[in-house]
Design a binder for this molecule. Structure first.
Ligand SMILES: *[C@@H]1O[C@H](CO)[C@@H](O)[C@H](O)[C@H]1NC(C)=O
Ligand SMILES: *[C@@H]1O[C@H](CO)[C@@H](O)[C@H](O)[C@H]1NC(C)=O
Ligand SMILES: *[C@@H]1O[C@H](CO)[C@@H](O)[C@H](O)[C@H]1NC(C)=O
Ligand SMILES: *[C@@H]1O[C@H](CO)[C@@H](O)[C@H](O)[C@H]1NC(C)=O
Ligand SMILES: *[C@@H]1O[C@H](CO)[C@@H](O)[C@H](O)[C@H]1NC(C)=O
Ligand SMILES: *[C@@H]1O[C@H](CO)[C@@H](O)[C@H](O)[C@H]1NC(C)=O
Length: 217
């Protein structure tokens, strides 16, 4: 059976649970300080496919899964709704056993605005394969761990609202091999609201920071 995951974001009184029926992933950002770092960071600012994901700060061109495109549907994504992600790319090497998948949900670049002095959120670590089970490869029926070659990874999830607060949330998905080598790291900051505006209105009326956000961020 597919694992079911919930990341509770303990933003003091507010929180959202990002529940997955399968696995997941996403996007990035970088700091350019010296020449070496610039060369090392030569990843595209925008990943083709129109998803909210970008590479993480710590992503590198040498990461094992060389991603070429990400599709994310539906957009906008609302609280208490399901979504699907397709990641197209090429594994530069075999992933091997016991790879890990770390998911973080926090207030990202909105922490100050939302009244936090420090990043508030939660991180959960999992095995890589329960979330990358649906990986299609040319010479393999699919499954995990992936081997060196082109691969299409399909993931499905659900945004499970715990405390149902519409706001911007930052999600980071960091996958590494058993040796700690990065497979990929993706991040996304997205505005998650209720599809029914009446549900959002209460928060907006009560001055909840971020409740007026618009997709994607
Ligand atoms: C990116 O990484 C650098 C170096 O590790 C760090 O100083 C910086 O704060 C990071 N930026 C973000 C937005 O996380
Ligand atoms: C990753 O793929 C791109 C094309 O999508 C290619 O130009 C690049 O050389 C690849 N990177 C590595 C490290 O193989
Ligand atoms: C945030 O920092 C301010 C000023 O340093 C302090 O007064 C406040 O108590 C801090 N809030 C939290 C939640 O730590
Ligand atoms: C993927 O998951 C299915 C059912 O959830 C399971 O039957 C199958 O063995 C898994 N494949 C791998 C390679 O783990
Ligand atoms: C999410 O937050 C992390 C650190 O808090 C940051 O490195 C990353 O760039 C943020 N994601 C986006 C898409 O801004
Ligand atoms: C949110 O949007 C509504 C309608 O556009 C506006 O009346 C209200 O002032 C906004 N609230 C905040 C906190 O920005």
């Amino acid at each position: 059976m597919r694992p079911s995951l919930t990341i509770p974001l303990l933003f003091a009184a507010r929180s959202v649970s990002w529940g997955f029926t399968s696995g997941d992933s996403l996007a990035r950002q970088h700091v350019l300080s010296d020449e070496a770092l610039v060369a090392d960071h030569a990843l595209p600012d925008v990943i083709p496919g129109g998803s909210p994901f970008s590479y993480c700060n710590q992503s590198r061109q040498t990461d094992l899964y060389n991603i070429s495109m990400i599709n994310f549907n539906p957009q906008p994504l609302y609280l208490d709704r399901g979504f699907g992600v397709s990641i197209y790319g090429t594994y530069l090497k075999d992933v091997g056993l016991k790879a890990t998948f770390e998911m973080t949900g926090d207030c990202g670049s909105h922490c100050k605005e939302y009244g936090y002095n420090h990043t508030a959120g939660e991180t959960e670590s999992w095995g890589f394969c329960p979330f990358h089970n649906d990986t299609q490869q040319l010479d393999k029926k699919g499954g995990c761990p992936p081997v060196e070659d082109f691969a299409l990874t399909s993931l499905a999830g659900w945004v499970m609202p715990r405390y149902c607060v519409p706001a911007c949330y930052n999600f980071t998905f960091d996958a590494k091999t058993a040796d700690g080598e990065r497979i990929y790291c993706l991040t996304a900051e997205v505005c998650l609201r209720w599809e029914d505006e009446k549900m959002n209105k209460w928060y907006v009326d009560h001055g909840s920071p971020g409740a007026n956000c618009t997709w994607p961020r």
